[in-house]
Write a protein that binds this ligand. Structure first.
Ligand code: GAL
Ligand code: ZN
Length: 677
């Protein structure tokens, strides 16, 4: 791809979802004029406009869209044109009731909200393809068209459909995967509970059943459901690539979103886009946003991504919807840019007056331009217009977290040793420490390239195979540091447990074996004592570990396994692998990661006070250090070398003063090439 996919924009992308179909034509001209004033250079257009683009079956109306596009083009606003297929018009359900999705309990989901389509419905697929074809043909030469926005937030509301058509598609998918019913019976372990299948026709989606459904059936269903929507995406992408081969395509992701294997999806698009709505008064939610941004950057190997949706002020879909405080919208925008975004956009441009989203924030709120939100938003647009130098710079990271959707799905099926060991909990335990230490981290899928990292963290890899074990052994032997947590290496890709002691594929890597697990009741805790005299609480889980070459660096304090290892360290070649057989509280996790990452030579970039987030982007020569004050009070930071704040004028400073929710982008004197700001 070109060095910067959004190179047709003058600077970082700035704008939002624009829904002109909700407004009279007289408003459009004002919209376009105000967009220019606010520094908007890109809008996502027509995301939910199918019913206006094809008001009756086969009867298309593009006239209004032509006029909107001309108005935007006249103000030099570029267009991320939606394919509008996320929400079919109600007539599709009337003509093709079989196009409606059906839940596991057999309930049909009707029109009246959005996203009511079965991914396998022929009627849906054909009508969607016909619309996309016409949109592509109509606007293929338009100079304002810079990107295609395929569908919208796939699986956000309807991630799977259990109808007869989908059942048939599931059978076909299983035939491709297994070849024979015999092989499927073996993989699904159907010798159990009289589940053995005689014929393909006997196999169904995991519809509501008396009790626990076959786990491999559920796992394959999740794989199939992610693939099914990806097929819908592919149908559209293929048309767009044929008609407009040079226009990049994207669809908007939702961070750590369980239903879709974004590793597989991101490989099919030109640029990753993400939607993110942290609860602005919840610090953990803001850390979660950062974690999602790091994933978005990682999905295409560090390539810049786009924050397609955030909100200026507040959403309407939580039970309580606090406002972003003054400055916080700007701060959270720079959080995304610091983590590799080359543009930030909002849902939505103009605050709606009707419909379920009328209390959702907007760039142009109900109160118009004489409002705090408008002023902060337009000022931010002006500021981002000056930051073209950041485009296509990269976020360097020494640490990788191994992360896999299939393990996530399997880990959280029912009937596990403890429902408290969830993927996000395990990830956050690690990520929160890295975030507080301001250590940059990439995510890597199993099979991904680990060679550029000093440390690899494995919060959970429930399903693993010999190939992954070998790759991790190579990484450690070659001098890397690895840290792994419980319930890793338990099962193969069919969710069959490896016989022998746990974690079978990782025993050489870790130098240990695990004979039993002891999940705790929620109100229970144990403690561990470290070899250097510290004492930390443990929660939720204990592995009962036997050493096979590793050394204990912390032992359990209580219970029948008191004195047995809780955390181990194993030297393998030039590196070392740590295993933590329990769930640590933040203090214990900090102790462990400080030790392991210290050994790996991973450094924090800049000492910062509590609540101050540091990020770094670089073009290889010039470093941009983001300093983000999430506190509702001012802070001062002594800089190791004098630096200029791109957001603060020309002066070199040695002490950086940031107000509540303040942000700075520092260029150090040595690497400063005088980019504007
Ligand atoms: C997103 C969606 C938008 C809008 C927004 C509200 O999930 O893509 O269309 O509904 O949420 O926060
Ligand atoms: Zn269906």
């Amino acid at each position: 791809m070109p060095s910067s996919i959004l190179s047709q924009l003058p600077s970082l992308a700035y704008g939002g979802d624009y829904n002109p179909e909700q407004w009279p034509e007289a408003t459009w001209r004002e919209d376009a004029e105000l967009m220019r004033q606010a520094g908007v250079n890109l809008v996502s257009l027509g995301v939910f406009a199918w019913a206006q683009l094809e008001p009756r079956p086969g009867e298309y109306d593009f006239g209004w869209l032509d006029r909107v596009i001309e108005l935007l083009h006249a103000q030099n606003v570029k267009i991320n044109l939606a394919t509008a297929t996320a929400s079919p018009p109600p007539w599709l359900a009337r003509l093709h009731p079989e196009s409606l999705p059906v839940t596991a309990a057999g309930v049909t989901l009707w029109p009246g909200s959005r996203q009511q389509y079965c991914p396998h419905s022929t009627a849906y697929r054909e009508r969607a393809a016909a619309l996309v074809e016409r949109l592509a043909e109509r606007y293929r030469e338009h100079p304002a068209l810079v990107m295609w926005h395929i569908n919208n937030e796939y699986a956000c509301h309807v991630a799977e459909c259990f109808c007869e058509t989908s059942a048939a598609a599931f059978r076909a998918w299983l035939q491709r995967r297994y070849g024979s019913v015999e092989a499927l019976n073996e993989a699904w372990g159907t010798a159990f509970w009289s589940q053995r299948y005689a014929e393909w026709a006997d196999i169904n989606p995991p519809r509501s059943a008396p009790t626990f459904i076959n786990p491999t059936q559920q796992l394959d269903w999740r794989r199939f459901s992610s693939d099914s929507l990806l097929e819908c995406f592919e149908i559209e992408r293929t048309i767009l690539k044929r008609v407009t081969p040079n226009v990049p395509v994207t669809t908007n992701f939702m961070g750590f979103f369980k239903p879709l294997d974004y590793w597989a999806w991101a490989a099919r698009e030109d640029i990753v886009a993400n939607d993110c709505y942290p609860e602005p008064r919840d610090p953990q939610s803001i850390i979660g946003a950062a974690m999602g941004y790091d994933l978005m950057r990682s999905l295409r190997g560090g390539q810049p991504w786009l924050l397609m949706e955030q909100v200026t002020s507040q959403v309407q879909w939580r039970p309580r919807n606090p406002l972003k405080r003054p400055g916080q919208m700007r701060l959270l925008t720079y959080q995304a840019v610091a983590r590799g975004a080359d543009g930030v956009m909002f849902f939505q441009w103009r605050g709606a007056l009707a419909g379920a989203e009328k209390f959702h924030g907007a760039m142009l709120p109900h109160g118009g331009t004489d409002t705090r939100v408008w002023r902060e938003m337009a000022e931010l647009g002006g500021e981002l217009a000056q930051l073209a130098a950041l485009r296509d710079t990269r976020v360097p990271a020494d640490v990788a977290i191994l992360f896999d959707w299939h393990s996530w799905w399997a880990l959280e099926l029912e009937c596990r040793p403890s429902s408290d060991i969830t993927m996000l909990r395990q990830l956050e335990a690690y990520y929160n420490v890295l975030y507080r230490r301001n250590i940059a981290v990439d995510f890597v899928p199993p099979g991904g390239d680990l060679s550029g990292y000093r440390a690899v963290l494995v919060p959970n890899m429930y399903m693993a195979d010999e190939a992954l074990a070998a790759a991790l052994e190579r990484f450690v032997t070659g001098g890397g540091t690895l840290v792994m947590s419980p319930l890793s290496g338990i099962a193969d890709a069919r969710d069959h447990i490896y016989p022998g002691s746990y974690p079978a594929p990782f025993r050489t890597l870790l130098g240990l074996k695990i004979e039993e697990f002891d999940p705790y009741p929620l109100d229970h805790s144990n403690h561990l004592r470290t070899s250097d005299g510290a004492r930390f609480a443990t929660r939720l889980w204990s592995d009962i570990i036997d050493l096979e070459g590793a050394q204990a660096i912390a032992d359990y304090e209580a219970d029948f396994y008191a004195g047995r290892p809780a955390i181990t360290r194993h030297t393998l070649g030039a590196g070392q692998s740590y295993y933590v057989g329990t769930c640590l509280e933040p203090d214990g996790m900090t102790w462990l990661l400080d030790r392991a990452l210290g050994e790996a030579g991973v450094l924090s970039p800049l000492a910062a006070p509590e609540g101050v987030e540091i990020g770094r982007r670089t073009d290889g020569v010039q470093n941009f250090i983001f300093v983000l004050n999430h506190n509702d009070h001012a802070v001062e930071i002594a800089l190791p070398t004098p630096a200029r704040d791109l957001l603060g004028g020309a002066a070199q400073v040695e002490r950086l003063a940031l107000g509540a929710f303040g942000a700075a982008i520092l260029v150090d004197a040595e690497s400063d090439s005088g980019v504007s700001g």
